[in-house]
Design a protein around this ligand. Sequence first.
Ligand SMILES: Nc1ncnc2c1ncn2[C@@H]1O[C@H](COP(=O)(O)OP(=O)(O)OP(=O)(O)O)[C@@H](O)[C@H]1O
Ligand SMILES: [Mg+2]
Length: 511
Amino acid sequence: MAARTTSVAFEGAEARIVDVQVQVAAGQQPIFSVVGLGDKAVTESRERVRAAFAALGLSLPSKRLIVNLAPADRPKEGSHFDLPIAVAVLAEMGILPKDAAEEHLVFGELGADARIRPAPGALPAAVAANAAQLSLICPEASGAEAAWAGGDLPILAPGTLIQLINHFKGTQVLARPVPGELAEAEALPDLRQVKGQEGAKRALEIAAAGHHNLLMVGPPGSGKSMMAERLPGLLPALEPDELLDVSMIHSVAGLLERGRLTRSRPYRAPHHSASMAAMVGGGTKARPGEASLAHRGVLFLDELPEFHPQVLDSLRQPLETGSITVARANAHIAYPARFQLVAAMNPCRCGGGGADGRTCRRGPRCAIDYQARISGPMLDRIDLQIHVPPVTPADLALPAPPEGTAEAATRIAEARRIQAGRGHLNAHLPTDILDHVAAPDRAGEALLNEAAMAQNLTARSYHRVLRVARTIADLEGQDGVRRIHIAEALACRRGLAAATQAVSGQALAAQ
Ligand SMILES: Nc1ncnc2c1ncn2[C@@H]1O[C@H](COP(=O)(O)OP(=O)(O)OP(=O)(O)O)[C@@H](O)[C@H]1O
Ligand SMILES: [Mg+2]
């Protein structure tokens, strides 16, 4: 019977089982080919396997060797097929036991010197091995990462092909690798360093408590980037199930160094020149984009209107559903992307630097053109839109405020504990539950309806005001949503208009 082993192909952050079969066909000419919809890295595997065998003084059997990666219709990408192909061929040659090859899921790249090199995705590969009840063979450098998959799954992490062969001969037995270090949430800059800006700090706290998207609009140097950097410090550390979830994505992107996982929530701040593929994933190499790397954490877009409008609009889907679907050759792949969007911008391109330092020389046109780069549907998804006014010298001269990150984080943790009882964070509450838990009192309802008419709120915005109001009530530990909560939630949506008015000296018709 032909030799076979198992490997994986990645679809989003998930690893799907691939059967690696070596068939010996009859024929005069010796050949070695790999079939099964592989990309260039997979087809080049042949050459790396051939070179690694030569480094061990082995030559491929002079037969027609066909390596089939099944299922044949699923695209396969990456260099991690080298090792499974080598293992299956070694089993076919009788150098490794055939049953050992069959009982393992194999994953790793080969160097021409027969060293086994790490490849991205060791953690999801180990999770897939666990689910399929197979032992795992992975590169030595990926052992610490794979060991996080848990269970009592046996893991072999050889550094070279010869070590693997010796292990099965019984001359050099490999020990099971231990999981890498778990870093506790690291110390982040403190909110206490931000002077003044009480309104913006309050909005940051509401955003952190209910996982709301936040846009800060204000002139240069008012502390927008400074405050965004302080948001991760307000968020609770990742729960164990979230940790695995997030780490799987970072593993596929090859970002877990030495198997080190961290309980800090991801904070990604891509530059505004980011391409669509960099932002949402996909492209020639199926890699998670920034939006997925920010899964369960924060995606910070500084200078929001400077991003390509199409790139911004590609975030509309994940902002609504928490996942991204990218089209591949003959499949659609979904990446998780439940991130919290935090964005910062100046009200107009010149940043508000007019003659008196406040108003813009070019008048309202400058702000209109600049803000038009952000589409209405995109803005509609941002629950909190706040004006961050310039900091005054008097503010800067103030002593450090009594409350900082620690105090706010305690209140946020309590508000999140209340939300956990409902099964969802307020930003993701399904509308039927929202109607039930965020029904405002009579005065609150009247105010909301009035604002909805006056400001032409969309149904989405209407619900988003209710979600923010629910979070404000949770921060106060109140059961019911009252007028005062609705009023604050509505005020937290008017930042763009307020900032524009401050910079151009007049309100825009569109606001
Ligand atoms: N409220 C504040 N309290 C203390 N320092 C501040 C405050 N605001 C700004 N600063 C100081 O100014 C620097 C610049 O602030 P920051 O980069 O956050 O401004 P910004 O609003 O993001 O500006 P830009 O629009 O140009 O990006 C900070 O690093 C900090 O030293
Ligand atoms: Mg900035």
